[in-house]
Design a protein around this ligand. Structure first.
Ligand code: CTP
Ligand code: MG
Length: 237
């Protein structure tokens, strides 16, 4: 049996975490014994199909270099940009052109299960341009009208949740296609919130790979307790 292929991962970590309202970027907050970004990077580096991790940082970041993981031989640091897609592109540009596939995973998602990553990587053998981890929407979905009443949003209508999915990361694409898609999206000034949206603009088909809902993106203060719960559950196993 040949050994399974290994891939590089770009980890955008150049955000300031405005919605977290903490006194440092959210990826440097401590939960379950270490910083969020250390959980994220350790998860990736422990996977047998990950060879390198490109961590994309704010040019003025003084936190990352203080972490022990910063000197890990499989980690490389590059400077990020204004928007998440600029940071991802900076990471992709660091990779040699002969890499066929690349993973992109948010620094703010420390609870990724290794088995979900393994399932996503199987796309490389299935003849697609790539795909993303995602979870089906469970709640009833409401669209709001444009104006607020008494300072509150008001329902316009209920949207069918059938066929609606939450896009997670990692997202896994052919490197050349993803670079082309992100450069094209930036030329068009398109609103790109994940890698898949750039690929969709090219008219290509992106696969949805169902992953665990515990793979949350830490965004607001209340997410910290939930992430801590998932991480301690994992450590107890
Ligand atoms: N990110 C990045 N470069 C940017 C903006 C975001 O590398 N210019 C990264 C973040 O560090 C995070 C991931 O993209 O790991 C997902 O973004 P998000 O959750 O929105 O993080 P922030 O932008 O830091 O948070 P906020 O939007 O609340 O400011
Ligand atoms: Mg953001």
């Amino acid at each position: 049996m040949p050994l399974p292929s290994q891939y590089s991962v770009v980890v955008p970590a150049a955000g300031i975490g405005e919605r977290m309202k903490a006194d440092c970027p959210k990826q440097y907050l401590h939960i379950a014994g270490k910083t969020i970004i250390e959980h994220t990077l350790t998860n990736l580096l422990e996977h047998s199909q990950v060879k390198h991790v490109i961590v994309v940082l704010d040019p003025n970041d003084n936190f990352f270099s203080e972490l022990a993981i910063a000197s890990h031989p499989s980690i490389k640091v590059v400077e990020g940009g204004q928007e998440r897609c600029d940071s991802v592109l900076a990471g992709l540009n660091y990779l040699p052109d002969d890499e066929e596939w690349v993973l992109v995973h948010d620094a703010a998602r420390p609870c990724l299960a290794k088995t979900d990553l393994t399932t996503l990587l199987q796309l490389a053998e299935q003849g697609s341009i790539g795909g993303i981890l995602a979870t089906p929407v469970r709640d009833t979905m409401k669209r709001a009208i444009d104006v607020k009443m008494n300072g509150q949003h008001v329902i316009k209508q209920t949207e069918s949740r059938e066929k609606l999915w939450h896009a997670l990361t990692p997202q896994f694409f052919k490197l050349a296609s993803l670079k082309k898609a992100l450069n094209e999206a930036s030329k068009q000034n398109a609103n790109i919130t994940d890698e898949a949206s750039a690929i969709e603009l090219l008219g290509e088909k992106v696969m949805l790979v169902e992953g665990r809902a515990s793979n949350i993106k830490i965004t607001q203060p209340e997410d910290l307790l939930l992430a801590e719960f998932y991480l301690t559950q994992k450590q107890a196993k």
